[in-house]
Design a protein around this ligand. Structure first.
Ligand code: OAD
Length: 250
């Protein structure tokens, strides 16, 4: 069932009286100018996922990742939250939702004021030296990449710096897994926004809520593998949807 009336969405949130977890993906940040992965013009239309984000590839050829990062990841330092991030934060402050689980590394939920936040794929906010463990900020990683002869951000000790984002083949951060499960176990409704639900284990989170006899609402332009399981689907641009929700809450 495809619905366009956002009031139905707010009624659904109220019916679940704050037992709601929002799950987000790259689609919530496209209105901030950050491309997603699997849309026709997404990152994976130009780059191979494993080459770019495979841990083994990073360890053997870090320059490949850093060349991409200069134009596509470090630019996140200047990105601003958009109306979707602000809507998510507002729903939390009104206690309509209990928190947000995100696959995004772009810090925009935090910048918009979300408090109960699980960043499942890490964050670009910091990185660390793979040799000595020294911590670096995003700005420092950027500067060191620009100033390196081989285009690889390195530590004072000469070790390669790895941003604290999750590469394929790495475990998810335990602290974030714990936060996410605490939210999910307390939820009778999950709202998935801007995610194709293609990457596990995060893609299994809606299934946990459904198995616990909860409901799923999807707000996403593209199809997801769980569309047939959702109580409501909004196939509208998230920025329009969020604007409407915020005006209804005002
Ligand atoms: P995807 O690119 O797979 O999915 C983004 C979804 O958002 C697509 O289905 C789009 O149709 C939708 N979308 C984009 N902009 C939208 C808008 N303005 N309004 C409504 N819908 C919109 O991104 P994710 O599901 O986040 O992981 O990808 C999951 C993971 O795959 C990422 O975290 C990343 C990637 O590999 C790692 O790198 C570990």
């Amino acid at each position: 069932m495809i619905i366009v009336d956002s009031k139905i969405f707010i009624d659904k949130l109220k019916a679940h009286s704050g037992k709601v977890t929002i799950l987000t993906g790259a689609g919530v940040s496209t209105p901030s100018g950050i491309p997603d992965f699997r849309s026709p013009n997404g990152i994976y239309s130009k780059y191979d996922p494993e080459e770019l984000f495979g841990l083994d590839n990073f360890l053997s050829h870090p320059a490949y990742f850093y060349k991409f990062a200069i134009d596509n990841i470090f630019t996140i330092k200047d990105a601003k939250p958009n109306v979707v991030h602000y809507m998510v934060a507002k729903l939390e402050s009104l206690h309509l939702v209990n928190g947000v689980v995100t696959q995004n590394i772009d810090m925009l939920h935090k910048k918009a004021g979300s408090v109960n936040l699980a960043e499942m794929h890490g964050s670009i906010e910091k990185g660390h030296c793979l040799r000595c463990g020294r911590i670096y900020t995003l700005e420092e990683m950027y500067d060191r990449t620009l100033n390196a002869k081989d285009g690889v951000a390195r530590c004072e000790c000469g070790g390669v710096i790895k941003p604290d984002i999750i590469f394929f083949g790495e475990p998810l951060p335990e602290s974030e897994i714990n936060k996410a499960y605490a939210m999910i176990e307390n939820s009778t409704l999950m709202v998935a926004m801007g995610t194709s639900l293609a990457v596990y284990p995060v893609a299994s989170f809606p299934q946990i809520v459904l198995q616990n006899k909860g409901e799923l609402v999807i707000v996403n332009m593209g199809a997801t593998q769980l569309d047939s399981e959702a109580s409501l689907i909004f196939k509208t641009p998230l920025e329009d949807f969020a604007q409407e929700v915020l005006s209804l809450l005002a």
